[in-house]
Design a protein around this ligand. Sequence first.
Ligand code: ADP
Ligand code: MN
Ligand code: MN
Ligand code: MN
Ligand code: MN
Length: 387
Amino acid sequence: CIACVHRYSNVIVISKRTMLKHSINHIMNKKVMDRYMRLPSPCNKVLATYVWIDGSGINMRCKDRILNCVPCCADAAPPWAFDGSSTGQASTDDSDTKLQPAAVYRDPFRMEPHVLVLSEVYVGDKNEPAKTNFRKFCNDLCDKHKDEEPWFGLEQECTMLDVDGWGLGWPKGGGFPAVKYQFSYCGVGAKYIAGRDISEAHAKACLYAGLDFEGTNAEVMFGCWEWQIGTTVGIKAPDDLWMSRYIMARVAEDYGVDVTYHPKPMGMLHPGVGMHHNFSTKRMRSDGGYAFIEECIKKLEKNHMKHMCQYGADEATNRMRLSGKFETSPFDKFSWGIANRKASIRLQRNIKEKGKGFMEDRRPAGDCDPYRVCGLLMETCLGDGSG
Ligand code: ADP
Ligand code: MN
Ligand code: MN
Ligand code: MN
Ligand code: MN
């Protein structure tokens, strides 16, 4: 009967979700929006956006509340709660999930005095870290090894997609960019790069927020970009990296663009997306540090496979990226080398000459959790080497 057909086709429409063809966000009139954004806030009202990592371990969520004064630090921001059953972090019958402020930033979207509050997620009666909360793991190690002064420099690569899921500026209908990829790396010119506005806006917003934001460059694949956080001491590096991902998602909303950290978004014939972790300690940076760096490399080699399964949101996709092609080392095989971009660990040429410096771990995927990777680097290099 017709009613059934309709009901049936309804089900199909609901269940078969297709990709968006257009983004509504960037079509909205930003000039009208600006009229409201310019309204002054009452003097004792501060909008605070609480930001956290959801149950996927890569996507972020946020919600706003009004505070009566500017929180000068995380301890001054009140803890809060949310419905963890809607974020993959709790069951519906036990859904109250806690947000514990970890770091406060200036809000680059509303500007001062408004703030962004990066928060950790805790669940249940026992107040345990949620499954995707690795900040506690990392922060405990930062505390334990604070005399060693761990420094991190993180290179986040990303791919910009149109909302239809295809590469930004890539020919519609599944076409591929005509340019050779060596022209896109640090590329200049409309033929070679796409999405510079987003990278620029993101850089300015990150600096305003107070991140240790260090630089940007266009990446090898058309529509791909990189930014660097650090060199930064301890937990501020992964904190800032996560906040820079949030800011990127918000900026990209304004442009109707989807930013992904998938390690191999366009298949095996195209470059991958990683997050190199540069790491050093006081001993590595002091005279004779080179010997200690070699010692650490040996420990990392011993723990290679243990780390590999934690170096991305999903082991299989990082395996696709670490194919041995496109300046990568094979997933299963640990290697290190001086000035070698095909090694798991690369040391810059001048580090051997100077006899001290830092190491670059090139294995983490674009969608890794830097809390996890920084934590593992400290645990392995500064521990007894067994784990
Ligand atoms: P490349 O693309 O050649 O690997 P980048 O300039 O993108 O290099 O990144 C190098 C990173 O190394 C920067 O993020 C920087 O902060 C970091 N770095 C430099 N010196 C140190 C150090 N002593 N300890 C930790 N990280 C460092
Ligand atoms: Mn509610
Ligand atoms: Mn780089
Ligand atoms: Mn890069
Ligand atoms: Mn690098």
